[in-house]
Design a protein around this ligand. Structure first.
Ligand code: AMP
Length: 401
């Protein structure tokens, strides 16, 4: 049985899952937090059992993966006998640039290309690389595969990915829409097609990945033909702490008129805006919903703006696809907030989008269809599973080498 280790390495945290590839079963998963900081934590869960939390300082990503391996090999709590049981390792890599439209086996040349893309994703790719380098050190010749967040969007047509800037910005500096969360959009779109019993290339699907980061995609003929995140993950929807779409002149105004430095502006747009900035309460949707329920006006407005932005994108994507067959809500908010699903779809009955309010609440958090009888458009809640896509791609690539 082929066991695949899936690694998602961030700046100070590292998530992992060990997946049995043929059965597509997660055997164990974990999260190492506060890498390089005091107060390191390792959460580990063997499937079907309670989560264990171990306190231990972790110096770097190599130590984090060693810690994960120690647990996976533990005679009592582990799931494998030797590290050779792991046949391949799949890595989430945020930015593949224009070079990668699918997952690839990592060799020196691919490493170099991922390194080059650090200039496009300075907050992510360097840490993804650290995860890969650590695995090469620890696992030696075991193959590593890169699965890119941008890959699914690489078939977007130029009229969707080009900004109306001087064309030299694209040609000389690679400034264009790339899109992110591709693995999740791909997964839930395919799940929806399967549930509808139709080939995906005959469908028009709008996928809504609403997590702390949030993006939407128009999926037509099996490809993402447009998506709301852009050159960076800052564009598009209102997010936990990111502003999404704003007039690009605003940061210039903040610099020139308010005397702010670019680092301060960057922090405001990425870390202090979105739900947190609007509500002044939290970036966590649950807390914003609670405050709105208790009558907080800022929280109520934050929810309204959040849902309004989603509605605008549904209109856009329905227009560019020439219709829509299915909407798919996924990720933390998409799967678990009946309120946001309801608010986002209110008033869209004229497009044939009719949500069943009872089902919407009852089926919260589950794989379900929640449209009303007679709705022309299917409305799905589908839990995302990016790790499974990474494990599948890794297995399929490594099977043939
Ligand atoms: P993710 O980034 O996919 O983990 O999603 C995180 C977001 O999901 C946070 O804003 C959470 O508040 C939100 N979330 C999780 N559970 C719920 C829930 N039951 N109701 C509303 N939002 C939720």
């Amino acid at each position: 049985m082929a066991k695949i280790l899936v690694i998602n390495a961030g700046s100070s945290s590292l998530k992992y899952q060990l997946i049995e590839a043929e059965k597509e079963e997660c055997l164990a998963k974990g999260l190492v937090e506060r890498i390089g900081l005091k107060g390191g934590l390792h959460h580990y869960t063997r499937t079907g059992e309670d989560k264990l939390t171990i306190k231990k300082d972790v110096g770097d990503h190599t130590q984090a993966i060693e810690l994960a391996l120690e647990m996976l090999l533990d005679p009592e709590k582990g799931v494998i006998k030797s590290k050779e049981d792991i046949v391949a390792i799949g890595h989430r890599v945020v930015h593949g640039g224009e070079r990668f439209s699918e997952s690839v086996l990592i060799d020196n040349e691919v490493m170099e290309a991922i390194r080059e893309n650090c200039r496009l994703a300075p907050l992510h790719n360097p840490h993804n690389l650290k995860g890969i380098e650590a695995c090469v050190k620890i696992f030696g010749k075991t193959p590593n595969v890169a699965v890119f967040d941008t890959a699914f969007h690489q078939k977007m047509p130029p009229h969707a990915y080009l900004y109306a800037l001087p064309i030299s910005m694209y040609k000389e500096h690679s400034i264009r829409r790339y899109g992110f969360h591709g693995t999740s959009h791909f997964f839930v779109a395919h799940q929806a097609a399967k549930a509808l019993g139709k080939p995906i290339d005959e469908l028009k699907i709008i996928t809504l990945h609403l997590g702390n980061g949030a993006s939407m995609s128009a999926v037509k003929g099996g490809y993402s033909i447009d998506t709301s995140m852009g050159f960076t993950p800052l564009e598009g929807l209102v997010m936990g702490t990111r502003c999404g779409d704003i007039d690009p002149a605003i940061p210039i105004f903040m610099m020139e008129r308010l005397g702010m430095e670019h680092t301060e502006i960057n922090t405001i747009l990425n870390k202090k805006s979105g739900l947190l900035g609007l509500s002044g309460i939290s970036n966590d949707m649950r807390e914003v919903e609670e405050a709105a329920e208790k009558g907080d006006e800022n929280a109520k407005m934050a929810l309204k703006i959040y849902a309004y932005r989603i509605k605008k994108y549904i209109g856009e994507y329905t227009a560019v696809m020439g219709g829509v067959d299915a909407l798919v809500f996924t990720a933390g908010i998409g799967e678990n907030s009946a309120l946001i699903r309801k608010m986002s779809l209110e008033g869209l009955e004229f497009l044939g989008i009719k949500i069943d309010e009872k089902k919407n609440v009852e089926e919260n958090g589950k794989f379900a269809r929640v449209e009303k009888k007679g709705s022309k458009v299917a409305i799905f809640i589908i839990p995302t599973n990016e790790e499974l896509v990474i494990a599948r791609d890794t297995y399929n690539i490594c099977k043939v080498i």
